[in-house]
Design a protein around this ligand. Structure first.
Ligand SMILES: Cc1ncc(COP(=O)(O)O)c(C=O)c1O
Length: 385
């Protein structure tokens, strides 16, 4: 009997536990503590951003974006149908109608041609997701948005921290971008996220919104003599205990990225020689880009084969999984969408996509065993055990 290969296995990669203890002992465990500042400064440097705000999740960072952009009923926000619910729900909660764009069949990122067809005067924002940490077509989006200067580009960069498009970090193309440190992501603290502010004009208000609508930050900076209620907002800040854990992870970023690159490359190099014969489509990384190495997916030739392979791998203890169910055809999509339901590429890839086990410490032998079983299952629907 082969050992189970989990889909994900978050690991301690450095001094996380000691750093959490230090945070407890420092007496500052709420948001905006010393570890939060260190993480925020690092992330601001990586993105060359005006500022970064750590939040309790990427979902919260997206909600903060909606508040910052003053999205309101009557507005439309365009999101890819092939994404996690949060990309849409954060803007739906602000009252926007959601318009679903299709994705490109190669990168699975939002398709600028689909976005162009959906543009009108009601559109306030377009949200791009860098699926798996592979850059969406930000150049194509910029060309579409050039004719719509009032429309804001937001990058939901939950998967793509440290990924690059032509030498430029993902998360620097939109006015705002968001990150996730959920336990399933490359760098984790249980639950966590960040809002990257690429426009200095957003910084002061973003902090007010994060500080429950108060000018608390201005008070601590000595700019006002007391703080009070100024605006709408909520309690979006991340506890410094979690920021300490995250700091421990981020200090080992080169090591983590190298491990994840190893996993990605080994899957790729093992499956690439048989991909054409078996009708497999492997991740497409545009020339000159660096992915964030968040996941490894395979598109099977048809939905039936995907389901056979998924079942077969699971029976053998290999915890592969499918991914997003198209949002445009979900109950929430019908309720919060504005009627644009035509996303054929999303329907197609969602039914054929398989994600393979992927985590920092995944052993080469387990990658090889997963690939061998996958190939056998595609070849004859069963394959030897
Ligand atoms: C593309 C995308 N956006 C947002 C999220 C939400 O992240 P969080 O769990 O940090 O709120 C996820 C979570 O998997 C995601 O895949």
């Amino acid at each position: 009997m082969n050992a189970t290969i989990p889909f994900n296995s978050p690991t301690l990669v450095g001094d996380e536990l000691a750093l959490v203890e230090e945070a407890v002992r420092s007496g500052h465990s709420a948001m905006d503590g010393p570890f939060s500042r260190r993480v925020q400064d690092l992330l601001a440097e990586v993105h060359d951003a005006a500022d970064v705000i750590l939040t309790t999740s990427c979902t919260d960072a997206l909600e903060l974006s909606a508040l910052l952009l003053e999205v309101e009923p009557g507005d439309v926000v365009i999101v890819p149908s092939f994404t996690f619910v949060s990309t849409a729900v954060a803007f739906a909660r602000a009252g926007a109608s959601i318009r679903f764009a299709d994705v490109r069949p190669d990168t699975l990122g939002i398709d600028p041609a689909s976005v162009a067809r959906l543009m009108d005067d009601r559109v306030r924002a377009v949200v791009a997701v860098h699926y798996g940490g592979i850059a969406a077509d930000v150049d194509g989006l910029a060309a579409v948005l050039a004719d719509h200067p009032d429309v804001t580009l937001v990058e939901d960069n939950a998967h793509g921290l440290f990924g690059e498009r032509a030498g430029r970090p993902l998360g620097t193309f939109g006015r705002l971008s968001t990150l996730s440190f959920h336990e399933t992501k490359n760098f984790v603290c249980g639950e966590g996220g960040a809002l990257v502010l690429n426009d200095p004009a957003d910084v002061a208000r973003a902090h007010v919104l994060k500080d429950k609508g108060t000018n608390r930050r201005a008070f601590f900076r000595g700019e006002v003599d007391k703080y009070t209620w100024k605006d709408t907002g909520s309690s979006f800040g991340l506890s410094d205990l979690l920021a300490a854990f995250l700091w421990g992870q981020l200090q080992r970023r080169d090591e983590v990225l190298a491990q994840r690159r190893r996993v990605f490359d080994r899957y790729h190099d093992t499956l690439a020689p048989v991909a054409d014969d078996l009708g497999l489509q492997l991740p497409v990384v545009p020339e000159g880009d660096v992915p964030g190495y968040h996941l490894f997916h395979v598109l099977l030739p048809d939905p039936a084969t995907r389901d056979v392979v998924l079942d077969g791998l699971r029976r053998d203890g290999i915890q592969a999984t499918f991914h997003y169910v198209p949002l445009h055809s979900s109950d929430g999509g019908h309720r919060f969408g504005d009627g644009h339901q035509d996303c054929p590429v999303t329907d197609d890839v969602s039914a054929r996509l398989l994600r393979l086990p992927f985590f920092n410490t995944l052993a080469d032998d387990d990658i090889d065993r997963t690939c061998a079983r996958l190939v056998a299952l595609v070849t004859d629907g069963q394959g030897p055990r």
